[in-house]
Design a protein around this ligand. Structure first.
Ligand SMILES: *[C@@H]1O[C@H](CO)[C@@H](O)[C@H](O)[C@H]1NC(C)=O
Length: 352
């Protein structure tokens, strides 16, 4: 009975030194193999360090509440007083900057003729409308005539100075389909009661040239692209109204450090409609709707252990390949080791 020796378990069988020999072909193959292994090692390592994200889609099962919209728009040809922002949605919300809307945190900065901030205080829209809850009858719009008259006077004054306006801030809307309407002359009361105007005339402001510095739904994360950012539409000869249709996609981003950002991405299409020169007002409309699919972006890299496994596989594989190629080349060339016999013979000579 033969005893199992520890050395018999060894996977590394060693050929006797006189059976081993080095050939030029073997050297070339080894160098090529080493280069291959190095290239693969480099590829794996750079792959490990590069930022990558895994994106998953699923139906949004979260119970969510409000949708924050961050805006920053500039209108070089519309004075702040004449510009109004209004939110309308299928849930029945109707709020604007002329009513004291709580969910609207919008600031209006005055711009001069050349589009630079005038440095004056921000324009505060007179609150000419207010919603009054009457109980049984629901909410009723109340109009404040003195505020509306002040608003009109502001418009006249600012139009005369060729002012522009930068509109920025955040509005919170319900998570239903809706639209943000940025228009001139939301001076409803004068449309309803033109006799109130008296001597005054509502000036024509309908050049809806605009720059969208920023439009996003929620906080940003690295790699987020807002397709409308830095868009500019300057109307040279034809006056247009604009409609943007946005599909908002809830997105959860997990950073490398484990920080979770709940936000949204969006896709957009744009349409423009001609406006006649004498039309009272024009508008930009952002129609938004929410996607029922949530996108999960995971920026966590593969684990270090995973990286080690891959490195071992890649380098080991390259080595095995080199051995195989070496073997085949030698078999193919059928290299007769010329000095093999010689050494052997000399040894034998010595032995006898
Ligand atoms: C509209 O306003 C822009 C920016 O001030 C200006 O460059 C453009 O000429 C105006 N267009 C018309 C038709 O008045």
């Amino acid at each position: 009975m033969s005893k199992l020796k520890l050395s018999q378990l060894s996977a590394f069988s060693r050929a006797e030194s006189h059976l081993r020999q080095q050939t030029a072909v073997g050297g070339v193959v080894t160098v090529l193999g080493a280069l291959l292994a190095l290239a693969l090692f480099w590829h794996e390592t750079s792959h490990f360090w590069r930022l990558h994200a895994v994106t998953k889609l699923s139906v949004d099962l979260e119970l969510r509440h409000d949708l924050p919209i961050n805006i920053d728009f500039a209108f070089p040809a519309i004075p702040c007083a004449a510009l109004s922002i209004q939110i309308l949605d299928v849930a029945g919300t109707s709020q604007s900057d002329t009513s004291a809307a709580k969910e609207m945190d919008i600031h209006k900065a005055r711009l001069d003729k050349s589009g630079k901030p005038t440095g004056e205080k921000e324009y505060v829209t007179p609150k000419s409308e207010s919603l009054v809850d009457t109980g049984a009858m629901g909410e009723v719009m109340n109009v404040n005539i003195p505020a509306a008259m002040k608003h009109l006077a502001d418009v006249e004054q600012e139009v005369g100075r060729h002012e522009g306006c930068r509109l920025s801030g955040t509005v919170k809307v319900k998570r239903v389909a809706g639209r943000i309407l940025i228009s001139t002359h939301k001076l409803m009361v004068f449309q309803l009661f033109p006799q109130l105007l008296g001597e005054h005339r509502v000036p024509l402001v309908n050049n809806m040239s605009h720059s969208i510095h920023h439009l996003s739904f929620g906080p940003a994360f690295p790699g987020l692209v807002n397709p409308l950012d830095h868009l500019q539409r300057i109307l040279k000869d034809q006056l247009l109204s604009f409609k943007y249709f946005l599909k908002v996609v809830p997105t959860e981003h997990h950073s490398r450090r484990g920080k979770v950002t709940e936000t949204h991405q969006y896709s957009v299409s744009e349409y423009a409609l001609p406006v006649s020169v004498d039309s009272m007002g024009s508008a930009i409309e952002f129609n938004y709707d929410l996607s029922p699919i949530v996108v999960n972006i995971d920026a966590n890299p593969p684990s270090f252990l995973h990286y080690l496994v891959r490195i071992s596989a890649v380098v080991g594989g390259a080595w095995a390949l080199v051995c195989m190629v070496n073997h085949h080349i030698h078999a193919l060339l059928n290299i007769q080791p010329s000095n093999w016999v010689h050494i052997d013979a000399s040894r034998m000579n010595g032995a006898y």
